[in-house]
Design a protein around this ligand. Structure first.
Ligand SMILES: [Fe+2]
Length: 217
């Protein structure tokens, strides 16, 4: 006889890396410009689940701040023209390596987030998008990666084994390391969080959503 294990229903994510450090620095400058001028901006970390907004710089420095709630179409803003083009090109170059049945994808949103020491974002999804992505403009060692959670984790943890690799258990979390210049594209329905930044420097990202070109805007 023979027996072999088949793993079903894998969740694909697409990982790429840019070595354009000049553009990464330019994006950091733009993110800091946003942070310097932001008003009534959404906070992250413990304030995220309440969707708390602030214009207070000390809140930005404590919790972290995102342009998601106020500037969610960065690629349409003149000051972000070149950076937005870079992010779009990188994503489309990565996406050209995989097949999506000939359907064209367009950017539906793009925003930046500055995470100070200790800042994180709780688990969430990106509703109404097909794919979502993150580009790390500044990600020093220890800054915390993105943690993906299998949405089927309840069913998968009904039978706990001492070793989570034992049949039929499978891991229900995956941490993708954050590295400057890295881009990760993933299904928008996939729950994810970002781990607390413990690098001693800011973690700066640009996030985006992609939708099918032929779906109503
Ligand atoms: Fe996200």
């Amino acid at each position: 006889m023979s027996a072999f294990l088949k793993s079903l229903f894998a969740t694909p994510i697409l990982v790429g890396q840019s070595d354009d450090r000049q553009m990464a620095r330019e994006i950091c400058d733009l993110a800091y410009q946003f942070k310097a001028n932001a008003k009534e901006a959404l906070l992250v970390s413990s304030a995220w689940n309440e969707q708390k907004r602030s214009s207070d710089r000390s809140d930005f420095d404590q919790e972290g701040v995102t342009s998601f709630g106020t500037h969610a179409g960065l690629f349409r803003r003149p000051e972000w023209a070149s950076a937005g083009q870079f992010i779009q090109q990188l994503a489309h170059t990565m996406l050209a390596t995989v097949d999506h049945a000939g359907r064209q994808l367009r950017f539906g949103g793009m925003w930046t987030t500055v995470y100070p020491q200790g800042a994180f974002i709780p688990i969430h999804t990106h509703p109404n998008a097909i794919l979502s992505g993150v580009y790390y403009a500044l990600a020093e060692e220890g800054c915390g990666g993105i943690e993906f959670q299998d949405p089927n984790w309840v069913a998968r943890t009904m039978h706990m084994h001492p070793d989570p690799r034992s049949f039929p258990s499978t891991p229900t979390k995956h941490i993708e390391e954050a590295v400057t210049g890295k881009m990760v594209i993933f299904p928008a329905w996939l729950p994810h969080s970002s781990l607390p930044n413990q690098s001693g420097a800011d973690r700066i990202i640009v996030s985006f959503n992609l939708e099918f070109e032929d779906q109503p805007g």
